[in-house]
Design a protein around this ligand. Structure first.
Ligand SMILES: [Zn+2]
Length: 326
């Protein structure tokens, strides 16, 4: 999608704060109406005028000083021609800043969050509040620019420890990829361009989109790769010893959630994880997987069936799949 908002969001993603645009920049991305909406909402705030312009009154092509008298009167000065003052339309030379605090408030309001958004890391990372969808509560953040993982991971962990809510949704500006975060359950990311769009009345929110992302994205089964805990709907079923064959069996399926993995794929993943400790005498991948799976059942109980099933790939190969329990 290449909407006017997505063009701006991609710019927010890459530019350093404050996010400034020239009028020509903005008009290259937005329609007049969109520009006036953002201006009216104070999301785009004028922060001055450019101070010089390439002279087109003479043939020298020098930089000429811009003088602004009022919002509708100004000129530039060419000392090399008989008529030094050339009138200009000040708007065309105006400069604008993306007003992040106002924009954050707009998002908080659009998502019906109760608290005011607050910046956590200068102007890159904001905490927006808690949102509940279908009885599932989510901490909502906004990451303007992809910074180093460690820089925002700390904030999120601090946020998590202060709250019983573990699900994290991060709104991000552009379409750049995000670093993998060692946070469980893994945060979900949603691009602003999937959440916001322009209509005649101005910016509107696609709340169904965010609800879909949250309700399908967060899982009722949770395999904690840090310590091997398996948690079903917030009650711990048991523990799988990290670096055991059973651990890598679950890890393979957890990382390919909802996707059938063939027995061979699972065994390959396990062998890589186990390294020298891999079972070098195993003959048959399917038999080996069945053995490992039954060891998992004996540790965690029959509830394993609620999130792990034997199935087939679309190509008909025997496989296992981990899925979201109801
Ligand atoms: Zn000139």
């Amino acid at each position: 999608m290449d909407s006017s908002l997505s063009k701006i969001f991609n710019r927010l993603d890459s530019s350093f704060y404050p996010c400034e645009f020239s009028y020509a920049d903005l008009i290259g991305m937005l329609s007049e109406r969109e520009f006036s909406h953002l201006r009216k909402d104070d999301i785009l705030r004028q922060n001055g005028y450019q101070t010089s312009v390439r002279c087109d009154a003479c043939l020298d092509g020098h930089l000429a000083e811009v003088v602004i008298i009022s919002t509708d009167e100004g000129y530039f000065i060419c000392n090399r021609s008989m008529e030094p003052k050339t009138p200009i339309n000040p708007l065309l030379y105006s400069q604008w800043q993306w007003n992040l605090p106002v924009f954050m408030k707009k998002i908080g309001k659009g998502l019906q969050l109760s608290v005011d958004p607050k910046p956590l890391s200068e102007s890159d990372f904001w905490y927006l509040g808690i949102k509940t969808f279908n009885r599932m509560s989510v901490l909502v953040f906004y990451l303007r620019r992809i910074v180093e993982t460690a820089k925002y991971q700390d904030f999120m962990i601090a946020q998590q420890t202060g709250s019983s809510v573990k699900n994290i949704l991060i709104l991000k500006s552009g379409d750049s990829s995000v670093p993998w975060l060692n946070i469980q359950p893994p945060p979900l990311f949603l691009s602003l361009e999937d959440l916001l769009k322009f209509e005649k009345s101005g910016i509107v929110f696609n709340l169904k989109q965010i609800k879909d992302v949250v309700t399908t994205g967060f899982r009722n089964i949770f395999f904690d790769e840090r310590n091997g805990d398996v948690v079903l709907k917030s009650s711990t079923l048991g523990n799988i010893t990290p670096s055991s064959p059973e651990y890598f069996f679950l890890s393979a399926l957890w990382r390919s959630f909802d996707i059938p993995l063939t027995h061979q794929q699972i065994v390959t993943y396990m062998d890589e994880g186990l390294g020298e400790a891999r079972d070098k005498n195993k003959k048959d991948d399917s038999q080996y997987c069945a053995t490992i799976k039954s060891k998992i059942v004996s540790k965690l109980g029959e509830d394993v069936d609620k999130f792990l099933t034997a199935t087939r790939t679309s190509g008909g190969l025997p496989a296992y799949r981990m899925f979201n329990p109801r």
